[in-house]
Design a protein around this ligand. Structure first.
Ligand code: A3P
Length: 296
C-alpha cells in the first residue's frame, strides 16, 4: 500500500444542496438504503470535530474489556466504519458496517442531518453528535486537507478560510451542520450533543454524561482506564487510533493527531480575519440557540 499511486485530488460538486466529493456519493444508493439496527450507535460530526476521539471512547466502553485484541489489531476506522465513504482501496462503509459482527455496531458519519439514511430514525437509534467551535474546526480542517489526499487542495489559509465561510467544504457549511443537528435534538430524544471544548475541559465529566446517555455503568476503575486510554498523547502514539496506517494521508505534512487543543485558531487567524469571521458568524448563527466556546 505504501508505494501505491494515488489518484488525483477529487473535485467538489453540489449534491442535494451540499458540497461533496465522489468518495462520499459513489455508493449513494446503498447509503440511502442502509438498514440500521435498533442498537446501532451513530457517531455524527462535522469533519475534524473530534470524531476519532469519541469513536475511540465508545469502542473502549463497549469492547475494551470483552474484546481486548481489537485494541492491538484493528485500526479505529475498521472498528467504526465510515458509513458514506467509498475510497476504493477498502470496501465501502456500508459494506464494512454490514459485515460487523459486534453489538452494538458503532457507525461514523459526517453527513448533514437531512442526508442521514432514514432507517436510523425509523429504528430510533442512539446518536452521539460531536461539535467543535468554528474557528478551531476550520484550522483543524485546513491542516487535514493539506495532508489528506482524498480531499480537494486546501490552497493557502486565507483562501481556505473564505471557502469555509462560504460553506464550500466537503460535507457543506459548518454552520448548517451544527445547527441542523442541534435542531434535531428537539425531535430525536436519543441524540446526545457533545462539545469538543467540554471534553477538553473535563473528559471524566463528559464520559459520565456519555455513559448515562448510553445506559452504561462502568466501574470507577474501568472509567479511569478509558479516560487514560483516550488522552491525546496516548492516542497519538497508538497506531490503531492515529491513522498512521492510511496511505492517502501524508504525515510528513501534518499528523492526524495534530494538537488536540482549544484555541489554536489564535495561531492562525489574523486580527482582521477574526473580526470578519465573527461578523459573518453572527449573521449565520442568529437563528439558533447553540452556543460555542472558542477558549476554555
Ligand atoms: P487538531 O487538528 O486541532 O489537533 P476528527 O477525528 O473528527 O477528524 O478530529 C480530529 C481532531 O481531533 C484533531 O484536532 C485531533 O488532534 C483531535 N483529537 C483527536 N483525538 C483527540 C484527543 N484524544 N484529545 C483531544 N483532541 C483529539
Amino acid at each position: 500500500m505504501e508505494n501505491m499511486e494515488l489518484p488525483p485530488r477529487p473535485k467538489l460538486f453540489d449534491f442535494h444542496g451540499v458540497s461533496m466529493t465522489h468518495y462520499f456519493t459513489d455508493n449513494w444508493e446503498n447509503i440511502q438504503n442502509f438498514q440500521a439496527r435498533p442498537d446501532d450507535i451513530l457517531i455524527a460530526t462535522y469533519p475534524k470535530a473530534g470524531t476519532t476521539w469519541v469513536s475511540y471512547i465508545l469502542d473502549l466502553l463497549y469492547f475494551g474489556q470483552t474484546a481486548p485484541e481489537r485494541q492491538t489489531s484493528l485500526p479505529i476506522y475498521e472498528r467504526v466504519p465510515f458509513l458514506e465513504s467509498d475510497f476504493h482501496i477498502i470496501p465501502p462503509g456500508t459494506e464494512l458496517a454490514d459485515k460487523l459482527s459486534t453489538s452494538p455496531r458503532l457507525i461514523k458519519t459526517h453527513l448533514p442531518v437531512q442526508l442521514v439514511p432514514k432507517s436510523f430514525w425509523e429504528q430510533n437509534c442512539r446518536v452521539v453528535y460531536v461539535a467543535r467551535n468554528a474557528k478551531d474546526n476550520a484550522v483543524s480542517y485546513f491542516h487535514f486537507d493539506r495532508m489528506n489526499k482524498a480531499d480537494p487542495e486546501p490552497g493557502d489559509w486565507n483562501n481556505f478560510l473564505q471557502r469555509f465561510m462560504d460553506g464550500k467544504m466537503v460535507f457543506g457549511p459548518w454552520y448548517d451542520h451544527v445547527t441542523g443537528w442541534w435542531e434535531r435534538t428537539q425531535t430525536h430524544s436519543k441524540l446526545h450533543y457533545v462539545f469538543y471544548e467540554d471534553m477538553i475541559e473535563d473528559t471524566g465529566r463528559e464520559l459520565d454524561r456519555l455513559c448515562s446517555f448510553l445506559g452504561l455503568s462502568p466501574s470507577a476503575e474501568e472509567k479511569e482506564r478509558v479516560r487514560g486510554g483516550v488522552q491525546f498523547d496516548t492516542m497519538k502514539k497508538n497506531s490503531m487510533a492515529n491513522y498512521s496506517t492510511v496511505p492517502i494521508m501524508d504525515f510528513k505534512i501534518s499528523p492526524f493527531m495534530r494538537k488536540g487543543k482549544v484555541g489554536d485558531w489564535k495561531n492562525h487567524f489574523t486580527v482582521a480575519q477574526s473580526e470578519q469571521f465573527d461578523e459573518d458568524y453572527k449573521k449565520k448563527m442568529k437563528n439558533t440557540t447553540v452556543q460555542f466556546r472558542t477558549v476554555v
